[in-house]
Design a protein around this ligand. Structure first.
Ligand code: BEZ
Ligand code: FE
Length: 259
């Protein structure tokens, strides 16, 4: 749902009041305002508007509010590295291309209905993550563009399982205006190691989330404040267990739902 005119008329006066309060309380001067506006222009030209929202914690705040009423697995931002149309893999299967180095793990779990706990038998699990050097396959032309990415159909028990390599922590883009802002504020650009998920199923809200690997750095000070306690999971015996609970759509929203 986009911002409607009604919402815009509700939101903008509050934004203007908040900005005016900052300008008045901190006695902002003309040259400072112009510098701030020039910075926003640079952020736009560098295509870093979402990144700015991420590092300011605004994306996290809005994500929390959007999913507040859900009993399901907490959501997380999609991030800039998702590629639609990842290769289908068997279940169990592997998302590791030939020759990809790294310590092998098996990631697995059940996809279930958040209220009934019943398996969601037609769920599709789309996963992607950085490699053992903290690099995504669409960041480096030398890598297979589909490495460490895959889509999997769950089995009759709602179970999924895939082999992959342990991802490393990495930095968000910090060679542009957002990076300059982070540096000026004395903040680092690191994210803790994680695996991204997009889980879809007929009749359920799509879930975009991430599972974070316990024990690694930056879990406490993720550059985009994305870490949520329920999403932090330990690898034990080369296994990373991650169950997911999906929230059903209201019946009216389900295509061809019986009356
Ligand atoms: C990511 O997890 O891929 C990501 C999310 C937000 C900003 C940058 C990277
Ligand atoms: Fe990521």
């Amino acid at each position: 749902m986009a911002l409607t005119v009604e919402r815009l008329q509700q939101v903008m006066p509050r934004v203007v009041t908040a900005l005016s309060d900052v300008a008045r309380e901190l006695d902002l001067r003309n040259d400072e305002l112009l510098a701030a506006l020039a910075f926003l222009g640079e952020v736009g030209r560098a295509d870093e508007t979402i990144l700015l929202s991420d590092v300011l914690g605004l994306s996290r705040q809005v994500d929390d509010q959007t999913h507040l009423a859900n009993a399901g697995t907490p959501s997380n931002v999609l991030g800039p590295f998702y590629r639609p149309g990842a290769p289908w893999i068997d279940n169990p299967g592997s998302i590791v291309g030939g020759g990809t180095p790294g310590s092998r793990i098996t990631v697995s779990g059940h996809i279930s209905d958040a209220i009934s706990g019943a398996p969601v038998r037609d769920a599709i699990v789309d996963v992607w993550h950085a490699n053992e050097d903290g690099v995504y396959s669409n960041e480096d032309a030398a890598l297979d563009p589909w490495d460490l990415r895959g889509r999997q159909q769950v089995d009759m028990d709602g179970h999924y399982a895939f082999e992959t390599v342990t991802p490393l922590h990495y930095t968000v883009k910090h060679d542009g205006p957002v990076g300059q802002l982070l540096a000026a504020l004395g903040r680092h650009p690191w994210r803790p190691a994680h695996i991204h998920y997009l889980v879809t199923a007929e009749g359920y809200q799509p879930l975009v989330t991430q599972v974070y690997i316990a024990g690694g750095p930056y879990l406490e000070d993720d550059a985009i404040s994305g870490v949520k306690g329920e999403l932090v999971v330990a690898i034990a015996d080369d296994r990373l267990p991650f169950d997911i609970a999906l929230v059903a759509l209201p019946r009216a929203a389900v295509k061809n739902a019986p009356a």
